[in-house]
Design a protein around this ligand. Sequence first.
Ligand code: SF4
Length: 695
Amino acid sequence: TRPGVRPPREAATHCPYCALQCGMVLREAGERIEVAPRDFPTNRGGLCQKGWTAADLLDHPDRLTTPLLRDRPGGDLRPASWDEALDRVTAGLRAVQERHGRDAVAVFGGGGLTNEKAYALGKFARVALRTRHIDYNGRWCMSSAAAAGMRAFGLDRGLPFPLADLGRADTLLLVGANPAETMPPLMRHLADQRERGRRLIVVDPRLTATARQADLHLQPLPGTDLAVANALLHIALTEGWLDRAYVADRTTGFDEVRRTVAGCWPAEVERLSGVPVADLEATARALATVDRAIILTARGAEQHAKGVDTVTAFINLALALGLPGRPGSGYGCLTGQGNGQGGREHGQKADQLPGYRRIDDPAAREHVAAVWGVDPAALPGPGVPAYQLLDSLGTAHGPRALLVFGSNPVVSAPRAARVESRLRDLDLLVVADLLRSETAELADVVLPVAQWAEEDGTMTNLEGRVLRRRALREPPPGVRTDLAVLAGLAARLDAPGAFPTDPAAVFAELRRASAGGPADYAGVSWDRIDADTGVFWPCPDEDGPDTPRLFADRFPTPDGRARFRAVTHRPAAEPVCADYPLHFTTGRVLAQYQSGAQTRRIAALHRAAPGGFVELHPDLAGRLGVADGEEVRVVSRRGELRAPARLSPAIRPDTVFAPFHWPGAARANSVTNDAVDPVSGMPEFKICAVRVEKA
Ligand code: SF4
């Protein structure tokens, strides 16, 4: 490098998108920023299309670089200074709270925010706004598995073992998971498993890219996974495959489960789900008669109004076979969003404080309030889950103002048209985003915030591994970090306590706040993360070990034992009928991510997946007189979507599928059901009743 010439910058960081958090290197290359894969234990040198193109958004022409204000309802958004925008937000929040009370303001976060931002957002809601209303879009991602894990194991960590364990499993059962499309580099671990001649079994109503690689594909009717799990356990017990010693020494509650699954006859489950008894038997045998077996669930099993019980049924199966706690064995959930795991540990959830503590636990309140420098009595109580919160906005008893950080519920919420109308009814909607998302388009104030390559921080991936996100460059002029936005608002609101803008300072505070909690980060320092390939929580002591594998000797329950819980199948919240005779289910495609606000703007991804579609079986299409590519309407009791038909024998003839990444006419969530799981608050994204017509 010549004297006086700055060398090109480089940052070893992670992909901004999904929970695999693939390692990548960002490099300045003239005017461009190049992405290169980095060998990391999760991606082992691989990236998917989304990762390769992630830097294309950094200098995208749609990037927001100035705050926007709307002066009157129905008027246009206009550029404004930061002072004017933050003053407007502060005045609006104050006016709403003075008129309607503190809980009239709500905060909605995102599973893509760093740990530092998730923590700061939770603190801002509880300390600066003193509202009980905060929740986040991760509620729609992993909350059913989280609640089931807490119930059974006393702890929720998506994978309680390192990802590399997948390659060691003799049998791997994937339920409602399609990593070949959603997180392709994960398939490298499955390739290890297959090279060793081991079995992969996939449960999915569609013959997905992942199911095509399976040794056995079970294709149940959507919403019948719970019955399938109970039938598998029924077969295991009948065949004498119960791990008696494990059940006796390490669990409680088995007798009731035994009684319940005794009535789950495989032949009846075949009639209900469509999965042949022979396949159920082969699956049970493959899980129960090997040394190491892993059961993984994802959104297909979890996004149901009985999602918690469905996951519980698979956990029951894993416990009965003695799997959790042994290397290369166990139960886990494949978390979806980039910081879906960390985002739920630091206070964004309606019922939680940092460290995965319960907000209604007096000891937790005292500990966190001491770190925050406030009176524990001043902290609000628990709020309500995400959909319930959004559905109450602007109503007689709901919040009248909402701050959204890192989320686009106009596209991603169930029954999205209703959520959109609730947002329109607000007195004040503030959106912090890097782009004019569909939700930002409705806002009174839009605050432009930094992107992933422009700020430091930490993320916690699907394994519970805490990672370092490293900045390559400063945010462009006019753009602030989310932490700076929160600090600016807290100062204007005269909030007690400190709201640092330096992510390292926020992380130091997060460590103290989480100390002693279930998700203990006290021993996780940035230096320690840098020195290795991340740190697995819990890690209470900087000089002590972290915890890559949980549950080896005991479960973190009061008696150290895992808890069985008897669960039974129940029908979907909205059964099919003469008017709506088909099942509708949703999911993702390889080239798009979540609501698509970012990936739809990336040219290469748009070329690969330019718009929504409706997948239907050729037999069904024949009955409807629909040709491939012809536009169809999918109509439910809540709304409709219009998109071209994509004929495929990969889907059951009684079920239609649409990806949920697109707004407008192709918005799949115009159709989905807002029935929620009573324990987790998870909406029933994965099944509702529809009819399909030629458009
Ligand atoms: Fe990014 Fe996930 Fe793709 Fe990896 S798999 S490159 S983390 S989107």
